[in-house]
Design a protein around this ligand. Structure first.
Ligand code: NI
Length: 164
């Protein structure tokens, strides 16, 4: 396991549409382990493979309420509904936060690291926000894309621990 460098804007890998994982082989298991180490080290509540320079559809999330990281391979949004305003940050945009609108209810499907099909439902919590945030990453989208102006970014001092 290893702590990998986190890519930050304007690294072009963050803007690619990541490729689906064809098979969960040992290289994917290693990637997931390295992503978990990297997220814990940052620290952050989520990480997508493009943030460590790997353009594959793999995300991990670990909110303070979770006992272990949630790893999703080839995750897809099944359904969203409602809206709420959240205060969001990103490890790839270090030192900043901004308020954006996210969905209230989020349902996602994908594969666990063991290749098991799962469906995750989240509502009005950090998990719901992180699911949308990390799936945005594998589609080349960064939360700052939702801002009307860069002036809406707030400088943090020091860097908070709830970045994704
Ligand atoms: Ni992020």
């Amino acid at each position: 396991m290893a702590i990998l460098p986190i890519r930050t804007v304007p690294d072009p890998v963050l803007r690619e549409k990541a490729k689906r994982v064809p098979e969960i082989d040992p290289s994917i298991q290693r990637l997931i382990d390295d992503m978990i180490d990297t997220m814990h080290d940052a620290p952050g509540v989520g990480l997508a493979a493009p943030q460590v320079g790997v353009s594959l559809r793999v995300i991990i999330i670990e909110t303070p309420e979770m006992e272990e990281p949630l790893c999703l391979v080839n995750p897809e949004i099944v359904k969203v509904s409602g809206e709420r305003v959240v205060d969001e940050g990103c490890l790839s945009v270090p030192g900043y936060k901004a308020e954006i609108t996210r969905s209230l209810n989020v349902t996602v499907k994908g594969l666990t690291r063991d290749g098991r099909r799962v469906r995750i439902k989240a509502s009005d919590d950090l998990l719901a926000e992180a699911l949308e945030h990390e799936i945005d990453h594998i589609n080349g989208v960064i939360y700052t894309d939702y801002l009307d102006s860069p002036d809406q970014l707030r400088r943090l001092e020091p860097v908070g621990s709830d970045e994704e």
